[in-house]
Design a protein around this ligand. Structure first.
Ligand SMILES: Nc1ncnc2c1ncn2[C@@H]1O[C@H](COP(=O)(O)OP(=O)(O)OP(=O)(O)O)[C@@H](O)[C@H]1O
Length: 531
């Protein structure tokens, strides 16, 4: 059996010092990874076999047709063909949205092969009017407004923007007239705002209905086309961005948080989708952009990379905070259940398993109000004044000491002698300090190397623990299977024993009937006169 642990250990590009500083500011968490298996479509029901099975709520097993290839993948949660939109939202996404309203940045990403159910999960079915089928984004908007209403002490302001990255160009989905001048959109970074796209329109919303309307308007102009794998295939990465500003009117402090909801374009095997000409170019761009996302995830988790190539694509640059930064991130990997898509599904599950090792450090994004800043400044000024008083007292004492009674020449010589001695001693102390510093530096280097070795060992240990965990899970599953087989055997044995008893009873009754008949024949024969 193989297990899903990536070749290397969970790690992060942050140095231990930066990490500990960030940890003090916020909480460090792994990216949450959810797997969702969609129901088989018509073609799969007709021709494909069942590829995936889910024995536990967190493990999905691939039952490959290749002999000897059995893979288990562990995620934070696995949803099956029968899971509803409601379950997916409540059990995997709602918490991120509640954190978002508390001031944490959040990101929810859907990744998977074309036609595997990303848009269904994020938005809901196309042209849907059934409330239970609504996807994550419409449900999120309701939670946000409900949560904001529960905090009447704060004034809130919600802005949304909606963009797609199509063939590596940014398009504004809330401004159909933005035209073809894509150079007006620039990805920029700001100390307060984080990473954002300059030039993108932002619309203020005051109700879930407002937000849903904008979502649908944007979706209506998103680049879609029909492929052999999906009649309504999204050919772009769609990024819906919700900006929340919560202001405390009393002290004027502001909480600012950003939520990115990303429906990625689906990876595809061009020979399967039958893409040619322009569709082929689209597919190549989609695959190349997803492969850059994979490279970033690989670099974040291989435990070696110092440089993370976020700037290699627009998608990874925009998602920089979501991947290894200040964000609570959930990745939803979507899969077809059928053996017809075996390679694509295994590759999706591997992508999810690797991403699960990314560590983020999220913190509440709060800006102090002018009055809070003033308070802080005043406190600093008081501290400063206290220090100044202390310094002037010391200076006064020193002055008095310096002024002391007039000295005799023999006393001046004595003092000069001692001054020289002091200078000499000070020199020695300085030299010793330098020596100490050198030694401390060498010690620090050694410590650093030792820490590195320890970290590598720890990483190996967690790899082994992960493998061990998977093996134990596999063992549990196997034990359950054996137990269910044993039950079945017991039942069958019971059934056979019953059958035997029944046969025996029947044969005994048959024999007694036979004997009875025989007696009657004998009796009959005796009564017949011999002619
Ligand atoms: N969980 C589900 N339950 C019922 N139908 C689903 C489910 N997931 C997906 N589908 C259906 O499968 C088809 C493909 O889904 P969807 O368009 O969401 O895939 P996608 O991954 O977004 O594809 P692409 O990358 O090509 O855009 C749609 O008809 C959708 O309604």
């Amino acid at each position: 059996m193989s297990v899903s642990s990536p070749s290397s250990s969970p790690s992060s590009p942050l140095t231990p010092r930066t990490r500990s500083r960030l940890s003090r500011l916020g909480s460090e968490t792994n990216i949450k990874v959810i797997c969702r298996i969609r129901p088989a479509n018509d073609a799969e029901s007709r021709r494909g076999g069942k590829l995936l099975s889910v024995e536990l709520e967190t493990v999905v097993s691939v039952c490959s047709k290749e002999p000897g290839l059995a893979l288990d993948f562990e995620f934070d949660r696995v949803f099956t063909e029968d899971s509803s939109q409601d379950e997916v939202y409540n059990e995997s996404v709602k918490l991120t949205v509640e954190d978002f309203v508390q001031g944490y940045n959040g990101t929810i990403l859907a990744y998977g092969q074309t036609g595997s159910g990303k848009s269904y999960t994020m938005m809901g079915p196309l042209n849907n009017s059934i409330s239970q089928l609504r996807g994550i984004i419409p449900r999120i908007s309701e939670t946000i407004f409900e949560s904001c209403k529960k905090r009447p002490d704060l004034a809130f302001n919600i802005l949304v923007s909606f963009m797609e990255i199509y063939m590596e160009q940014i398009h504004d989905l809330l401004d159909p007239y933005s035209g073809t001048d894509h150079t007006r959109f620039m990805i920029q970074e700001d100390k307060n705002e984080g990473i954002y796209v300059r030039g993108l329109s932002e619309k203020s919303v005051t109700s879930p209905q407002d937000l849903e309307l904008l979502l649908n308007e944007g979706l209506a102009i998103r680049t879609m086309s029909s492929t052999q794998m999906n009649a309504d295939s999204s050919r772009s990465h769609a990024i819906f961005h919700i900006k929340l500003r919560l202001v405390n009117p009393t002290n004027k402090s502001t909480i600012k948080s950003n939520l990115f909801l990303v429906d990625l374009a689906g990876s595809e095997k061009v020979n399967k989708t039958g893409a040619t000409g322009h569709s082929l170019e689209e597919a190549k761009k989609i695959n190349s952009s997803l492969s850059r996302l994979g490279t970033v995830i690989y670099a974040l988790t291989d435990g070696k990379s110092v440089h993370i190539p976020y700037r290699d694509s627009k998608l990874t640059r925009i998602l920089q905070e979501a991947l290894g930064g200040n964000s609570r991130t959930t990745l939803i990997v979507t899969c077809s259940p059928s053996t017809m898509n075996e390679n694509e599904t295994i590759s999706t599950l591997r992508f999810g398993a690797r991403a699960k090792n990314i560590r983020n450090v999220a913190h509440i994004n709060m800006e102090l109000s002018p009055s809070q800043m003033k308070e802080k400044l005043e406190q600093l000024e008081i501290d400063n004044r206290v220090q100044q008083v202390y310094i002037s007292r010391l200076e006064q004492e020193l002055g008095q000491w310096r002024q002391g009674p007039p000295l005799q020449s023999s006393e001046t010589d004595e003092i000069a002698l001692r001054d020289n001695k002091i200078a000499e001693l000070e020199n020695t102390v300085l030299t010793m300090k330098m020596e100490n510093l050198k030694v401390a530096h060498e010690e620090e280097l050694k410590m650093f190397k030792l820490e590195n070795t320890l970290r590598r060992l720890n990483d190996k240990l967690s790899d082994i623990e992960l493998i061990n965990l998977n093996l134990r899970k596999h063992l549990i599953i196997t034990e359950k299977l054996i137990e269910s087989r044993d039950n079945r055997i017991n039942k069958l044995e019971q059934f056979i024993a019953n059958q035997r008893m029944q046969v025996q009873t029947e044969s005994e009754s048959f024999e007694s009937k036979l004997a009875h008949l025989k007696d009657r024949i004998d009796a009959h024969e005796e009564t017949i006169p011999i002619s």
